[in-house]
Design a protein around this ligand. Structure first.
Ligand code: S3P
Length: 167
């Protein structure tokens, strides 16, 4: 069975970029959970947060985690909040391997240009929000079997590391 590869970690660490490349290398299908939710609801992540609220977004994430738990051969780039919910972690782990991408706040700051999908960072000072939220979420991503520092490794190096890990 081709176990899913589930990329987890804070916003802006490069889950989607790496995920897309990894899927291509492995011949897996790529799923970005934020994009999937946008397709399902017909709204952008930002619109869902603004008009329906974060709770609605989190319930869409839960529905999607249930759906993905029944599939294999996927590389899944999760939204940064997906694994804050224990039920989602259990679902994604059923037939998936969790890999965490980590980056320091300064690196995240440089990468978080598209704020449309990151309403949790968009009010007030960006760096302060990143620091506050990373503190609040301290330890939340330690559930992964492998953690890679995306500020220190190139995408190619990360792909090598993951391939080695999967062997
Ligand atoms: C969120 C991360 C975002 C998106 C939403 C909430 C979070 O995804 O799901 O804005 O709570 O960390 P990315 O991690 O892809 O930015």
């Amino acid at each position: 069975m081709k176990k899913n590869i589930v990329l987890i970690g804070f916003m802006g660490v490069g889950k989607s970029t790496l995920g897309r490349r990894l899927a291509k290398r492995l011949g897996y299908k790529f799923i970005d959970t934020d994009s999937a939710i946008e397709e399902i609801t017909g709204k952008t992540v930002e619109q869902i947060f603004r008009t329906d609220g974060e709770i609605r977004f989190r319930s869409e994430e839960k529905l999607l985690a249930r759906k993905l738990a029944g599939q294999t051969g996927l590389v899944i780039a999760t939204g940064g909040g997906m694994v804050l919910e224990q039920e989602n972690v259990e679902l994604l782990k059923q037939n998936g391997v969790l890999i965490c991408l980590h980056a320091d706040p300064q690196v995240i700051l440089q990468r978080v240009k598209n704020k449309r999908r990151r309403p949790l960072l968009s009010k007030g000072n960006l760096l302060e929000n990143i620091i506050r939220l990373t503190r609040e979420r301290e330890g939340a991503y330690d559930i992964a079997e492998l953690t890679l520092d995306t500020g220190k490794l190139t995408y190619d190096e990360m792909l090598q590391e993951i391939k080695k890990f999967l062997e």
